[in-house]
Design a protein around this ligand. Structure first.
Ligand code: PLP
Length: 426
């Protein structure tokens, strides 16, 4: 009999038994919601008590093909039976193929494989340092409210004080400037600056998209000053906005301008839930990180790369980039109607494709009375009603669902959201 089963006999429910194991044995780095999830299918998940939820959170923009996708399960199982790890001392076909595909989706260059978004950014940061080393240039400009991961370089790069608190001294050389403010970047450049790192759409910062002029201006400025323009595509990338990378969507909407960054970090949706990160590096810089300069044991295993490769194949086969964009438009239009109907509850709706932020008013009494931030109180209410969403900042609720979210799943989630809004008034 497992610990859960024995404890469950004493405790009131299985979920309480599991949660109490976390309390005793898991380092409490996360403020967890009281949901204990057991299985999923598409964009629906079930908790241990059999309650069903529509999943608009997607594991924070990760489960790109939803839960328990049969073709992914088959890919993992087949690859696991052949070869799942050999070390980067050797070659395997899935890693080579995935790198080729990522380069095809972006622009000429090469790819470094790792395991997470923070590590993908770490590779960008090391690339910039290596490029600038001989000239003594090492400073990197990033933006306020950005998020770049939880490693020491990640928190130094992140433009939010709360992630840095308690971990001084920071890795030096990062300057944060307001997002979408080109002048601020220009003013922050010093003789020691080597790179600019920005998200195409700030995710953790509450879903704020870069303006096309900002991206184009950054490219021009970086070219003029000899800086690398590096983009964090960890949350906003991977077809979520209708193109492979969010800058491609943003600039396509404004007329394509042949914009190419110097480096892009990726993770999250790339593996659909199987851990994999990747850093694409533009051809000009693609041999800077030579043998012995960087690496990670698990980067680019045949298992991870075959899963990511299969996801891209399915996204292309099933037209899921266009689907993400049109499903996003559908969600946005229904949310727009809800905002019109409830101007006292919804402040604004931001986003592109399946990356949506709903900023709630910060004076909604039933949410305020809980004593929690509005975003958390609303997410909890939505859980009770059967919808999973992700909080962001004080009052924003995010939808980051799977790229293959069906019309039926979308409409069920929207109805739950609307009913929950209505109940805030009664
Ligand atoms: N960059 C962005 C934009 C992110 O949203 C995140 C995670 O939320 C990261 C980097 C860090 O990724 P990971 O948690 O996989 O290290």
């Amino acid at each position: 009999m497992s610990t859960v089963e024995t404890t469950a006999k004493r405790a009131v429910s299985k979920s309480e038994a599991i949660q109490s194991m976390y309390e005793s044995f898991v380092v409490p780095t996360y403020g967890r919601f009281p949901l204990t999830l057991e299985r999923g299918e598409g964009s629906r998940v079930w908790d241990v008590d059999g309650r069903r939820y529509v999943d608009f959170g997607g594991g924070i923009a990760v489960t790109s093909l939803g839960h328990a996708h049969p073709e992914l399960a088959e890919t993992i199982s087949n690859q696991a039976k052949e070869l799942w790890h050999v070390s980067n001392l050797y070659y395997t076909e899935p890693q080579g193929e995935l790198a080729r595909k990522l380069v095809e989706l972006i622009a000429p260059g090469k790819v470094f494989f790792c395991n997470s978004g923070a590590e993908a950014n770490e590779a960008l940061i090391k690339l910039a340092r290596k490029v600038g080393q001989e000239e003594g240039r090492f400073e990197i400009i990033t933006t306020t409210n950005s998020f770049h991961g939880r490693t020491m370089a990640g928190i130094a790069a992140t433009g939010q004080d709360k992630v840095k608190a308690g971990f001084a001294p920071m890795l030096t050389g990062f300057h944060h400037v307001p997002y979408n403010d080109l002048d601020a970047v220009a003013k922050a450049i010093t003789p020691a600056t080597i790179a600019v790192l920005v998200e195409g759409i700030q995710g953790e910062g509450g879903i704020h998209a870069a303006r096309p002029e900002y991206l184009l201006g950054l490219r021009k400025l970086c070219d003029e000053k000899g800086l690398l323009l590096m983009m964090d595509g960890v949350q906003c990338g991977f077809f979520r906005t209708g193109a492979f990378q969010s800058y491609q969507s943003i600039l396509a909407d404004a007329g394509d301008h042949g914009f190419v960054p110097d480096g892009i970090s990726m993770a999250k949706s790339l593996g659909g839930g199987f851990p994999i990160g990747a850093t694409w590096i533009r051809d000009k810089w693609s041999n800077v990180l030579g043998p012995g300069t960087h690496g990670t044991t698990f980067g680019g295993t045949p298992l991870a790369c075959s899963v990511a490769g299969k996801i891209i194949e399915i996204v292309e086969r099933d037209g899921l980039a266009a689907h993400a964009r049109s499903m996003g438009d559908h969600l946005m239009s229904r949310l727009g109607q809800m905002k019109e109907a409830h101007p006292d509850l919804i402040d604004s709706i931001r986003g592109m494709g399946l990356m949506i932020g709903i900023q709630l008013k910060d004076d909604i009494l039933p949410l305020k009375e809980t004593g929690r931030p509005t975003s958390i109180a609303m997410v909890l209410r939505l859980h009770e009603a059967g919808l999973i969403t992700i909080p962001s900042g004080a009052a924003t609720v995010r939808f980051l669902p799977a790229l293959n979210l069906s019309q039926e799943e979308a409409d069920e989630g929207l109805s739950i959201f609307e009913n929950t809004l209505k109940q805030l008034k009664s």
